[in-house]
Unconditional design. Structure first.
Length: 379
């Protein structure tokens, strides 16, 4: 490679350094004479320095080598704190704050159960909060006494829902019983009397039911003037409880039946014997839902007050008895709404059945086009 040529750069000449003039003692000017004091001598000046310290402060002593003061050790400790230590300290503070809050809550609960919220008033109301309450055949004093709560007890010393269930069993002629605890010192019992509406036949006799299927009472004879419900496999009813069905246990297997005849060879009978086919039990778990559906539809069509009997023994041939003189065959639960509407038109219209007709009305036959072909068979 070719060597680069150095450029000639002109540098400025150095500036001359100025030197201070030398002192010439012989040629130096004579200083002016000092003015003498009044006494012709030195002048004495008094300085106002205030109160002088009695003793000069002692110099600070340095700590011996290898030992540090408290402040220096504290600064060293602060410098040694890490982020992990800071996180642990914050976590400990949160834990301590949580424990304090829990202690305050526990203290409040204990105070509320021991000192605060003492019962002063126990009242009985209707469901619409009006008074005096309609308690049916019972007295308000009997209801408040059965509540098991007295004035002066703690307001939250009992479970309101459990008390309501106990009162419902104690007073079966009450449709609804509700118990409320109102701060600071009031217990409210809201009730609604039951109205006998239905009756159902059970193994324990005839059970009188309210509108919501609450068992009001049991009797050996059929109650008069009530809509009787047949075909329900009801559990042993208990007054004060709601109607429940006696459903088979799905986990229980039916016992196998074998065909064996006496006087035959055991080996031959065992070879020829086959278990008899057992029919699966019919699912009746939806009977209560179907019952409510039928009753609701009858009420909407204005027939419920005139129906005297509802038979659900065979779910493929459900029937109702109207006014004690006409048996209406509804068949299955398919198109149930349409069947009941058609029945209402036949029973109440001027062109339908008269008020003196008796017999059986079959509305279970539905044509292919969806219409019903009614058949009336007079007695």
């Amino acid at each position: 490679m070719a060597k680069r040529k150095k450029k000639n750069v002109r540098r400025p000449a150095p500036r001359p350094v100025r030197q201070a003039p030398l002192f010439d003692q012989n040629n130096a000017p004579v200083p002016p004479p000092r003015r003498a004091g009044r006494n012709g001598g030195m002048q004495q000046i008094e300085l106002n320095l205030g109160e002088m310290p009695a003793r000069a402060p002692a110099p600070a002593q340095r700590p011996p080598r290898g030992k540090k003061s408290r402040n220096s050790r504290a600064r060293a400790v602060r410098r040694r704190i890490t982020k992990g230590e800071m996180r642990r300290r914050r976590r400990n503070r949160r834990i301590l704050a949580g424990l304090l809050i829990c202690a305050l809550i526990i203290t409040g609960v204990v105070l509320s159960f021991t000192v605060l919220f003492k019962i002063e008033t126990i009242t009985v109301q209707n469901l619409d909060r009006s008074t005096p309450a309609d308690t049916g055949p019972y007295a308000e004093e009997a209801i408040t006494a059965a509540l098991g709560v007295a004035v002066g007890d703690q307001l939250y010393s009992f479970n309101a829902q459990e008390k309501a269930q106990e009162l419902s069993l104690e007073f079966p002629l009450l449709e609804t019983v509700e118990v409320y605890q109102h701060i600071p010192s009031t217990v409210i019992v809201r009730v609604q009397p039951a109205v006998a509406t239905y009756c159902v036949q059970t193994t324990a006799g005839w059970a009188t039911l309210s509108e919501q299927f609450k068992v009001m009472e049991l009797s050996n004879t059929q109650p008069a003037g009530l809509l009787s419900i047949l075909g329900l496999d009801v559990q042993t009813p208990v007054p004060g409880t709601f109607l429940q069905l006696d459903l088979p246990d799905p986990t229980e297997k039916p016992a196998e039946q074998t065909d064996s005849s006496s006087g035959t060879d055991s080996s031959a009978s065992s070879a020829e014997a086959t278990p008899a086919p057992t029919a699966e039990p019919e699912d009746r778990s939806g009977d209560l839902l179907l019952l409510r559906q039928i009753l609701k539809q009858l009420e909407e069509e204005g027939l419920l007050d005139s129906v005297t009997q509802l038979d659900m023994t065979d779910l493929s041939q459900i029937s109702v008895t109207y006014d004690g003189r006409i048996k209406v065959l509804l068949g299955t639960s398919n198109n149930l709404t349409y069947k009941i509407q058609f029945t209402q038109a036949i029973l109440t219209s001027p062109d339908g059945l008269s008020a003196t007709d008796t017999g059986t009305l079959d509305v279970s036959n539905i044509r292919e086009d969806g219409t019903i072909r009614p058949v009336f068979s007079p007695d």
